[in-house]
Design a binder for this molecule. Sequence first.
Ligand SMILES: [Zn+2]
Length: 587
Amino acid sequence: MSLRTVLSISVAALMGSSLLPAVAVERPVAGVSEKLLTHQSVFQPPRLIDVSEHVTVAYGYTMSNIVMIEGDDGIFIFDTGMRVEKAELALTALRTRTSKPILGVAYSHGHGDHTGGVRAFIPEGSDIPLYAHRNALRYLGDVTSPTADVFRLRAVQQLGLILPEGVEGTVGSGGGPVINLGGTVSYLTPTHLFDDEVTIDLGGTTVKLFHAPGDLDDGIGAWVEEDRVLSTGDTVVGTKTHPILSTPRYEKGRDAEAYIASINHFRDFGATHLVGGHGLPINGAENVSTLIDSTLLVGRYIMDETLRQIDAGATPAQTAAALRIPASITSGEEFDDYYHRLNWIVRGVYNKEMGWYGGDTLELVALPPKDRASKLIEALGGADSVLDQAEAAYSDGDYRWAAELATELLLQDEDHTEALSIKANSLRGVAYQSDSANERNYLLTEADLMLGDIGMNVIFGQAFARVTELFSEPKIPDLALAGPSSSFISKLRVRSDVNRPMDEDISIAVQVTDREESFQLTLTKGVMIHDRAALRAPDATLMLDHRSLILLADARMTWDNILDRDAVSVSGDSVKLQTFFDHLNWD
Ligand SMILES: [Zn+2]
């Protein structure tokens, strides 16, 4: 379900009060863990931190650090923050240090909290070089693929972007201060891609960029030899959080072994200062090596203990529940659940090694969820009894069990209003006690979405965007404009529907005119396949630009409106072309 769909449902729930679930239980008293609040206080206030003679960090302006390296001839920007407006504030502050020109910009990796502010540093029409590892282009395919909306929803939940700020909502992201939906997320396609390393001369100072896969396979580090400053992206950070070998959000390009190898690589530099993508800079050679070494041992331990547990026949859930970091290997450094929780990371590592099957053969023949729920509810004395037990568990503060019971009721009846109320408020109950900012944000957002309890600013923002789109050209995110056309061809492909079969197969050629790319799609029995003209001549050809392809694939415009666009033309059998698009699912 896309974020847009989720929010639409919430709007409907809010506008029609009859749709609002009945209150079975009162919302729990809001609270925040003191430990988490103390952790979050580190990210305030926004300020410049001088790391060394040539390196300054704009800290706390946006979710991640913006690093400025200054040479005689100009400055280099390593990472751009998450929003243009916040990045502009950071740049204004950095400009109090120097007015030298920007000689280059780099992304430490492709995540939006490091790329979103780029337009603040590279204005329209400027030819400032933008550096990134070559895999940045591969990642663009991931974040524009058919699963991108769900991925984005997970990121919105994780970061608490649609939550109110404060005791009832978000207190930050674990890796940075509170951020919300407001502002502009920009993206520019890197102009200078490299494979291994590249050194940029800033005049009297150099910055070496080198491949160091971490959060993503396009991860890079930056080394300023003259000041012995190492920037490590999100792979080693001073935020007291676990090395992120995996996340519930999930990334195809995150590889635990490559991540650990990069931490190992960082040891080679003998740096005097370390600037992570998040958190305060670390100063002093000994402090830097202690942090890198402990992060390496913790990462290696998580990986190998998971492998040992797999070897011992443990399931993912058993492994995740039991794994702890021994204090003996951390050299006094703190690694805690403030960002992604350890048990989530362990599950992810297990899953990437062994897939979904945990080794209990019952999993291979398990009852479908709905059947299991029916039998379980019956065994527990019927639906009324289960509801009573859920309410009792909720009253006792046994929120996890209350949510489990409510979930079984919802599997049987997704509109069960009391169960919805118990589950959502149970999630809140867990969230208010959590030391993990991500866990808190995930649970509180999910609860709000379940009950249609979304802030009016979000609802009006969404509604306003939809209304303005009726009258003007829809605004397309930079990321989609930069993404490969093949991603949007895939989005079009998954609109095929076996419940809408046609009498005959129809094949169309799609030419993306401004990219000089062609695709041939054949719709057969409600399944769309990629085809080749040598095997089957297309019945019609659709010529359109990348922008129109996005609008079509994302159903931001109807097929008829797409045909009216200047950049769109067709040839061949127009009846078959119409039939082809009529048989796709546009819901
Ligand atoms: Zn980050």
